[in-house]
Each structure stands twice: as C-alpha cells, then as structure tokens.
Write a protein of this length. Structure first.
Length: 337
C-alpha cells in the first residue's frame, strides 16, 4: 500500500488515558487512573470514562466534565502516597450541575487506582498489557473487583457477558461485583475520494473519535497540501480497502461520483462487516449504481446496506454542511442501529 502521509494512527490525547498514565508512571512522575464505574441521574460522563492524574497534579481526560475533578485529584494524590485503590461516590447537585452547563444533577462512583507497586494498586505490567492490546487494535476488557481488588484482562470470546459489552461498547458493573471497562479498537472512517467534502469530513470524524483514512489514486486530488496531517492512500480503492481490512467498527464513505473509483470500493465494503456504507450521488445516480451491483450478483439485502444519497436530509449545501449531515448519519447508525 502506498501512503504519501501517515498520521500516527489511533487515538487522540483525550482517548489515550491508559497510555498517558503508563508514560507518566514510567517517567517517574507517578500516575493514577480514575474511572467512572457507575452513574445515576444526569451524570455528565458515562461509565468507563477516565481521568489520568500525575504526581504533579497534571490531568488528562475527564470523569465528570469538571464537577468533581478537584476532589478526584486530591484522592488520587492520597492514593499515590498510600498505594491503595478506592471507590469514591459523588452527588452532583442541581446547582453545581447548572454551573457547568448541565440541566440537572446526578450521582457517580469513581474508581481510583494508583499505578505500580502495592497490593491494591494497578500493576504496571497489567497496564502495559492493556496498552499493547489497544495499540494492536485488539478488543480487551479490564475487569476489577473492588472487594479484594482482583484484576484481570479479558479478551473477546472468553465470557458471554463481556462479549455482550464489547458488542454494545458499554462499560459497567456486573452482578458479581466486577467492574468491566471495555476497550474496543478506535472507530475508523475510510473516505474514498479526495474531494472538497472530504476535507471537513475527516476533521469532524477525528473530533468524534474516529481514526480516519483517505483513499484516492489521483495524486493531484489527494495531496498533503489539500489534506495536511491526514493519512492518504494512493492505491486503487479496492486494493487499498483490502489492505486496510475494514471491520465492524469501520464506516466507509465514497465521494468521487466516478463509478471506476467508487464501485470497486463499494464491492469490497458490501462484503465486509462495516457498520456503515454511504455513497455520494443523486437518487438517479444511485439507481444506476444499484443496477450495476445487481448485474454483478449482489443481493437486495446487501445493496440495502448502502446509505444513498449519503447523509441526513438537512438541506445541506456547502461541503461543511454536507460533512455534518454525513457524520450525523454515521453517528445515528452507530448508536441507534
């Protein structure tokens, strides 16, 4: 595969909390991981949200959107000193919630774990194994039982209950008292066609937590000057997609309007487990596309997976507005099915 630029694939800083905690620990700064394990009411962050705290009170991430971070940092520094994990419970009042932009309050429980030595601490080796699995795009869960502080890393296919959490991308408490933190591979967006819409779409995708890639064999289109900092693949779309190996956490959008480029990508996408496939073009253009796919042996069920014309119908006109409509449709498909 030919790539004229490859940005560091994976997660942005706010999605790299285990990696940051491990780096701080290995740098000798000390590190604590704080993780939301349960919520009630209108808690601002969902279970699994994390905050890393260093011994110098540096923080990355969030467990409450600002409501209780100060108290968590104080407890984290205490955990670094006594090498003991703890579970904290916070009630966020309606008044406090309103001050940070929430409609009403709620309650959250936060697991606080110092990294490194200590019978109750999170072992460095286990955190390193978690970070390695995340780097390899392997789905892995961290199971923690506060009663006794037992910990384990669980891979997909080992426990049915944990597999259900992988599929739902949902961390939370199990009835047996374990907290299961789900670490799925980053979502990916693969865009075929380095057209104007692709420029804001790739930026929006990254803001939404996706690891984007752009495919276009036409070097004049897919240039670094037009797409600074983006991962650009100059191979033919079907070859590029075969190498990228799209999975169930991948969305694909074709934007070229050219059947010679879009169709090879669509054929690969339809026979892959991607959760979303959207294709730019009018209703008439899509009707012709459907005729070609039927002639090539694709079933009605396979063809029905295509979102076309791509994006939600919000009256979008500009490239940025169209990108908003596409990203919204991708989000709706991911979250609502």
């Amino acid at each position: 595969m030919t790539e004229i630029h490859a940005q560091s694939a994976g997660r942005s800083d706010h999605d790299s909390i285990p990696e940051i905690a491990l780096a701080w620990h290995r740098d000798g700064r000390g590190a604590v991981l704080a993780t939301v394990i349960e919520t009630w009411g209108s808690a601002p962050r969902q279970a699994g949200s994390q905050l890393a705290i260093s011994g110098a009170s540096e923080i990355m991430g969030s467990v409450s959107g600002g409501c209780v971070e100060g108290a968590v940092v104080t407890e984290a520094l205490a955990a670094l000193a006594d090498r003991r994990s703890r579970v904290l419970t916070f009630g966020v009042s309606d008044e406090t919630a309103f001050a940070v932009g929430l409609a009403c309050g709620g309650t959250i429980r936060v697991l606080v774990e110092p990294v490194g030595e200590g019978a109750e601490a999170l072992p460095e080796a286990m955190l390193a194994d978690l970070v390695a699995a995340r780097a390899a795009r392997a789905a892995v869960a961290m199971a923690v039982t506060p009663e006794g502080w037992h910990r384990a890393l669980i891979r997909r296919g080992v426990e049915a209950a944990v597999d259900a959490r992988f599929r739902a991308d949902r961390s939370g408490m199990e009835e047996d008292g374990r907290f299961i933190a789900i670490h799925n591979p980053p979502l990916r967006l693969i865009v075929v066609g380095a057209v104007h819409i692709a420029q804001p779409l790739l930026q929006m995708a990254r803001l939404c937590g996706y690891d984007p890639a752009l495919i276009d064999p036409r070097s004049a289109f897919g240039s670094v000057a037009r797409f600074p900092g983006e991962r650009i693949v100059e191979d033919w779309p079907d070859e590029a997609l075969e190498a990228l190996a799209p999975d169930a956490r991948t969305a694909i959008v074709t934007l070229t309007h050219d059947p010679k480029l879009d169709d090879p990508a669509i054929r690969v996408a339809l026979r892959s487990p991607v959760f979303y496939l959207g294709c730019l073009g009018s209703t008439r253009t899509h009707a012709k596309r459907v005729e070609r796919l039927r002639a090539e042996g694709f079933t009605e069920a396979e063809i029905a997976r295509i979102h076309a014309p791509v994006g939600l119908d919000i009256g979008a006109k500009t490239p940025a507005e169209i990108a908003v409509s596409v990203m919204a449709q991708i989000t709706a498909t991911l979250r609502k099915g």
